[in-house]
Design a protein around this ligand. Sequence first.
Ligand SMILES: Cc1cc2nc3c(=O)[nH]c(=O)nc-3n(C[C@H](O)[C@H](O)[C@H](O)COP(=O)(O)OP(=O)(O)OC[C@H]3O[C@@H](n4cnc5c(N)ncnc54)[C@H](O)[C@@H]3O)c2cc1C
Ligand SMILES: Cc1cc2nc3c(=O)[nH]c(=O)nc-3n(C[C@H](O)[C@H](O)[C@H](O)COP(=O)(O)O)c2cc1C
Length: 767
Amino acid sequence: MKIGCVGGGPAGLYFAISMKLRDPSHEIEVFERNAPGVTFGWGVVFSDLTVDNITRNDPASAAIITKEFAHWDDIDVHFKGETITSGGHGFIGIGRKRLLEILQERARELGVALHFNSECDPADPKWRDYDLVIASDGINSRFRDAHADGFGVDEDVRANKFVWLGTSKVFEAFTFAFEETEHGWIWAHAYRFASDCSTFIVECSEDTWRSFGFDRMSQDESIAACEKLFAKYLDGHRLESNASHLVGSAAWLNFKRIKCERWSSGNVILLGDAAHTAHFSIGSGTKLALEDAIKLADVLNRPGLSLEAAMDEYVAERNLEVLKLQNSARNSTEWFETLERYTHFEPLQFAYSLLTRSQRISHENLRLRDREWLEGVERWFWKRATAGKSNKTAPPMFAPFKLREMEVMNRVTVSPMAMYSAVDGVPNDFHFVHYGERALGGAGLIFTEMTCVSPEGRISPGCTGMWNADHVAAWKRIVDFVHTQSKAKICLQLGHSGAKGSTRLGWEGNDVPLDDGNWPVMAASDVAWSPVNQVPRPMTRADMDMVRDQFVAAVKMGIECGFDMVELHAAHGYLLAGFITPLQNHRTDEYGGSLENRLRYPLEVFAAMRSAWPSDKPMSVRISATDWAGDNGITPDEAVLIGEAFAREGADLIDVSAGQSWAGQQPVYGRMFQTPFSDRIRNEGKLATMAVGNIYEPDHANSILAAGRADLVALARPHLVDPFWTLRAAAQLDYRDVAVPPQYLNGMSQLARNLKREAEMAAALRV
Ligand SMILES: Cc1cc2nc3c(=O)[nH]c(=O)nc-3n(C[C@H](O)[C@H](O)[C@H](O)COP(=O)(O)OP(=O)(O)OC[C@H]3O[C@@H](n4cnc5c(N)ncnc54)[C@H](O)[C@@H]3O)c2cc1C
Ligand SMILES: Cc1cc2nc3c(=O)[nH]c(=O)nc-3n(C[C@H](O)[C@H](O)[C@H](O)COP(=O)(O)O)c2cc1C
């Protein structure tokens, strides 16, 4: 095949090498706009896996690359005058210029024609003479942008400014240096890539950048300013740029996330940064470029594979890798973009939050990397959780948490879950066993299902209620069992279904109206939940008074039952959520319109409940932190304001859920998918929060808590099939100080022994 590669970066060169290795008869030319030895950037970081891949693909170039690698293990985080060092991170890096030299030499040796100082124009007719044109022309690819529609390009220009500099100062550890200045926070990512050289990337928000006047400075002035700012880390060494003598490069940049729906159009195939980018803070762009090159060369040389089938396989495999990395990279990018959310943390927690920012590294990964450091974090967590009384080294999920005078023994919560099994709202033996069993299972806090304040306020005929003496007696029996047979606390969740009322039992059709016996429903406005649901009656002020008083009456019954805590359900599109979201609230009075107006009634209900509930007992509110409707519904920004508004009325905890507030929602699911909303409300609003949503492993819980993303974690579905989730987690983590019912002690110790033995065997096999 006759192939032209546009761009002599890692992708283009390594593809040319990989093609020649598979079939020397290919005619391959690489065109690079810059001169040899002139390139942007300094060092690049690799992973062990990438090294394995390039060694298998071309042992000759891999041998030279790996011989020249700089290795380092530690990460230093400099923050507020402290240096937090953690080890075991195992990085390898090489200078970008040196990497390109090695690849150029190898390409020449294999017979690839290299043309430097050769700017390529996609409109040039010469490209028609090539069987394939490989667009390996980097992030600003002209070849991709010339056919942007054909490739389905999606570009996202990120908020922060960065400049990629180098220095002769040799950093022994991967260094993050954060500096607080009168213009805001500015920081450096620095690492050694040769025995005498380090990369030094400076990053800050656009506001800080402008406030410093970087927008008006020449490159030399910018560099001088950075040298002054980071003088204490540079020990007199200078910072340098290599961008000035480059074609198409600038000093300060905004990172651009690229993804493409299609990777080929006509005879042009995208490779490396031209097809996709991953933020530099997770250091994987070069790895992706090299692995793309290997895969593309593989499929193009596989006998019998058509070009179409080859492209399908190339894109399917590489796209999956890219999506995984871009997901982590997005988390990491956002962490740096919202840095000020975390700058109130103590240095140790700040460093933990930084290390776990991409969600690829978890609590247990950190334990494997540096056990001693992680145990230091755990001790710090316990000390804070117990106001200095405990010096325990144990997983954060088992640390106590206090809200007003209620102390939960650990941070695991059984999230509210409707069981649709009551008759006339009265909980029965099913509920007694259900809640009792979960209380025995070790969680610190058990929530009841949404318990409705009136018969009309039920979602379905099977919902539990709290409006008469039968309810009080039945709930009291459950609460008494929890208090006498376990150490768990129990919270009563109170709600009213609003527009989502009068529907079938959950498993007979969520939100589907009853076949017969429907009751009239009311809501903020006459907006039906869906075309098949009833149009609700807009509430009058008299209705609002009545419902508020029903909530207060239910709270008073909750006191009689002995509940430890009460939660107001203002999420998921039910009555109060229907006031908060503009998607359901179309009122034109003082309860509709602005967020302040839409919150007025839910806050009034909360305040009335709070004054009826004992002041030594806590109250929480469950909210939907987004309607998953873009700017048309509640946004995560507004969720912070909503959390703050309830906190002003006395909410001690914001239970941060999301969505279910309109039928057309577009949720983005995934592991711990709602935790970012909790993180935001906790750290921007400085409020206690509970995170919920696809948190299912002890490692998730510990990572969320230690990183300060929530104060409690709630698990719903995992508790349906495993009431003993917390005890199992304790056995798994070899944590002994957990509340095991004495009747079950033998089972617990056997489980712990077996799990420990299995872990030891797995570790021995790994060695
Ligand atoms: C600040 C920063 C830090 C980074 N750190 C890391 C890291 O630690 N680890 C890592 O793996 N990755 C890192 N990356 C990403 C990495 O640099 C890229 O992912 C990688 O270079 C992609 O390789 P590529 O060959 O696809 O593109 P590039 O390396 O950008 O190469 C494209 C080449 O095409 C040439 N070119 C462009 N247009 C034309 C044209 N019209 N005609 C001729 N030639 C053209 C360019 O001059 C360039 O040489 C970092 C990136 C940045 C910005
Ligand atoms: C069967 C079932 C019933 C639920 N009922 C309620 C409820 O009554 N009140 C409430 O606030 N959330 C309810 N939820 C939502 C859960 O509390 C939780 O937010 C959601 O399931 C996500 O958590 P998970 O991924 O751990 O399951 C229910 C969830 C399930 C699965």
